[in-house]
Design a protein around this ligand. Structure first.
Ligand SMILES: [Zn+2]
Length: 300
């Protein structure tokens, strides 16, 4: 069964950038934020910031404030009040209930040790005891999703849903990123996602959740990742440094990785408006990674 639930309709463009406040904004995140912003603004769309703090064990409100300050200092302002995921647990619970009614989620109290026998993936059933703390997992599915990514080309997720049962709500009561991101993007009427290629691997599960909840998925586009010399994505886990606020040279270097090279703009405002005109995602086609150039190694 082949399914393609990606929208191509002419709905108003609504894009978003959704950082997790697990640390200050780093250079790789600035590049991602810019890509989503430029794409939205070139199409006269709205651009919204959302704080993805659904994982309460890793996130910190102080970092959320810092990230928003940094984005604002680069002229990246949310067109609507900033949504904070941790304030919407009830909405995720409602959608999980729908899936429970469809009997396509099941309780699980497997331990990490017991799952190690299955290489960490979960079999499509579980000997759970509901009296004990348990997570909720989504059943596997034979559906194969595909879509046309503006940068990555045609993507087909042939085995992504076959071999695992993702957790939608954890034993500790926190909802998973997968469920929260789909619910939020739908409820905020997000029409286009422009995000890092590391999230390609989450796409099949998200398209599946859209399908199960009866919703239309946004248009998806994945930009290549900024990587270090080892070829790893630069990330907070890899100790990428916080970027300084309101620093035109940093903005110009970030735009450079999006294949936008501006000649001597005098301000961040001017650079952003020139970049909106110059943005052309097709220039990133066929590029897998964007290794940091020598002069930018101070960002890690
Ligand atoms: Zn289990």
């Amino acid at each position: 069964m082949l399914s393609n639930h990606v929208s191509s309709s002419a709905t108003p463009y609504r894009g978003r950038f959704a950082p997790s406040p697990t640390g200050p904004l780093h250079f790789g995140s600035l590049v991602s934020a810019l890509a989503s912003y430029l794409d939205a603004k070139q199409q006269q769309g709205s651009w919204i910031i959302r704080i993805e703090d659904v994982d309460g064990t890793r996130c910190n409100a102080r970092f959320a404030e810092q990230i928003i300050d940094t984005l604002n200092s680069y002229g990246l302002h949310s067109d609507e009040p900033i949504r904070v995921q941790s304030q919407h647990h009830n909405l995720y619970e409602q959608q999980l209930s729908k899936l429970k009614q469809q009997q396509i989620v099941f309780p699980c109290n497997c331990t990490r040790q017991s799952l190690a026998k299955h290489n960490g993936s979960h079999p499509n059933k579980c000997q759970s005891n509901l009296d004990n703390p348990h997570s909720w997992r989504l059943q596997t599915s034979p559906v194969i999703y595909e879509y046309q990514d503006r940068i990555q080309g045609r993507l087909v997720f042939s085995d992504d849903l076959k071999n695992n049962c993702p957790v939608l709500k954890r034993k500790d009561g926190f909802f998973s990123y997968q469920l929260a991101v789909v619910v939020d993007d739908h409820l905020q009427n997000i029409s286009h996602l422009v995000r890092g290629a590391d999230l390609i691997e989450t796409t099949a599960q998200q398209l599946h959740l859209y399908h199960l909840l009866g919703w239309t998925a946004p248009n998806l586009c994945h930009i290549p990742l900024i990587t270090n010399h080892q070829g790893d994505k630069i990330s907070k886990q890899n100790h990428a440094k916080p970027i300084e606020n309101n620093h035109l040279p940093t903005l110009l270097r970030a735009l450079h990785y999006l294949k936008i090279d501006l000649i001597s703009p005098t301000s961040i405002t001017e650079a952003l408006s020139l970049a909106i005109e110059a943005w052309d995602p097709s220039k990133l086609q066929g590029i897998k990674d964007l290794p940091l150039e020598e002069q930018d190694l101070h960002f890690i």
